[in-house]
Design a protein around this ligand. Structure first.
Ligand code: HAM
Length: 412
């Protein structure tokens, strides 16, 4: 028997209601904030990600699903931001509409060691706002994420923010780290020794205890920020306070993608174990220019849907569905029943019928398993009287209803 590839997941019918709730709520909130959906291919030229995420980043070095196709090298997208900026430029959205607020929902692929909350195919619900450098936009992005969590029924999370500053500030911070860590390299974990060569900022958010202690001892503050970046970050913090969104400033937060500058943020939840980030994002002012467009600011975020679903009691509401289940007894009733089923569906009421020709008892059990709100029973007697028996599954009551009044009764 074939099995699914490690790190991938079948989303079974018992789980899809939670997914549908997440997607429906996300779409509702995106539209409240005036974001429009964009759908890009899941396959892109691999060099798009080398160029944008950074050739030395873990994702590009170790986690890309690559497809060699004769001369070309393609990759399954490991994230959405790079593809969206590519699409924004390729479709001239910056010329036609300028400022754009876009959202996306879909699968992403990273070749990681699978574990709880870490998959090789996972899903993002994300947003990208392209065309503004305003601190208020960072505030909108973070508040949009916070609002979404509230509507997903998630609480107890923590929002951490930091500012990496402009490219010059980032360089200043990297240089300081290089200097400070040069005498302590042998105390860093093997990963961080490599990071110190490729992307020293990543040493800051290493989870290893000894690296954490070294970083803590550095006592980093925001002194590497230039006055403009300092003011921008102050604006973000002020805006979040004005909206009453709780957050914590974390100077160790650097994120694993090269395109970020200025604001970065991460939302974590204690109930998740080691993979505790349920979402993350930030500002990426140079990305549009890096991909051949004009200089313009942009910011965004993405939630990992699988991780949202791991949060205890999140998204456990099923979509309201008043299923009607039809049981027919005998050939004549069956034929009439199929027409009634059609009428109920045409009236916009979800309805189904027992296709296994079970006994009345067996059909009622199937109706119960299907979560039916009402069961309609049609036998020879009812057919003669142009009526149908209607059983309310929540209180067990039963009554006979004229077929002419059926839709009205079901809609009550
Ligand atoms: P990211 O932090 O790499 O950011 O991913 C965002 C979220 O996706 C994470 O916080 C986590 O919840 C989830 N996630 C990441 N990797 C996995 C995995 N292997 N299995 C399950 N869930 C995972 C980005 O991708 C950026 N593009 C976010 C962004 C948008 N920044 C600006 N705009």
């Amino acid at each position: 028997m074939f099995k699914r590839i490690p790190g991938t997941k079948d989303i079974l019918p018992s789980e899809t209601p939670a997914w549908q709730t997440a997607e429906a709520e996300a779409r509702r909130i995106f539209s409240l904030y005036n974001y429009q959906e964009i759908r890009t291919p899941i396959i892109e030229e691999a060099s798009l990600f080398n160029r944008t995420l950074g050739s030395a980043t873990e994702i590009v070095q170790k986690q890309m699903f690559l497809i060699h196709n004769q001369e070309d090298l393609y990759a399954l997208r490991p994230e959405g931001t790079a593809s969206i900026v590519r699409s924004y430029l390729e479709n001239n959205l910056e010329k036609t509409r300028g400022f754009q607020k876009l959202y996306y929902i879909g699968p992403m692929f990273r070749f990681e060691r699978p574990q709880k909350g870490r998959l090789r195919q996972f899903h993002h619900i994300g947003a990208e706002a392209i065309g503004s450098e305003e601190a208020d936009l960072d505030v909108e992005i973070i508040s949009l994420a916070a609002e979404m969590l509230k509507n997903f029924g998630i609480s107890g999370h923590q929002i951490k923010i930091n500012s990496l500053g402009c490219p010059l500030d980032k360089k200043k911070l990297s240089d300081t780290l290089k200097k400070e860590l040069s005498g302590r390299m042998d105390l860093l974990c093997p990963d961080c020794r490599t990071r110190a060569q490729n992307n020293i900022l990543r040493v800051l958010d290493c989870k290893n205890d000894s690296c954490r202690q070294i970083v803590k001892d550095l006592g980093l503050k925001e002194e590497y920020l230039c006055p403009d970046c300092h003011e921008h970050f102050a604006g973000v913090k002020r805006g979040l306070e004005d909206l009453g969104i709780p957050f914590k400033t974390d100077p160790r937060l650097v994120r694993g993608l090269d395109y970020y500058n200025r604001t970065v943020f991460e939302i974590s939840h204690d109930g998740l174990g080691s993979q505790d980030a349920i979402g993350a994002g930030g500002r990426y002012n140079n990305l549009v220019h890096e991909l051949g467009g004009p200089e313009m600011g942009a910011a965004g975020f993405a939630f990992g849907v699988e991780r949202l679903l791991l949060v205890p009691n999140s998204l456990n509401r099923t979509l309201p569905q008043k299923l009607v289940y039809l049981v027919t007894l005998g050939k004549e009733a069956r034929r009439a029943g199929i027409k009634i089923l059609n009428r109920i569906r045409n009236a916009g009421i979800p309805a189904d019928i027992d296709y296994l020709n079970k006994s009345l008892k067996g059909a009622l059990r199937s109706a119960n398993d299907a979560g039916a709100a009402f069961v309609l029973i049609l036998g020879e007697d009812e057919l003669k009287k142009n009526s149908i028996s209607m059983k309310n599954m929540s209180d067990g009551s039963q009554k006979e209803v004229g077929l002419d009044n059926l839709i009205g009764e079901l809609k009550c």
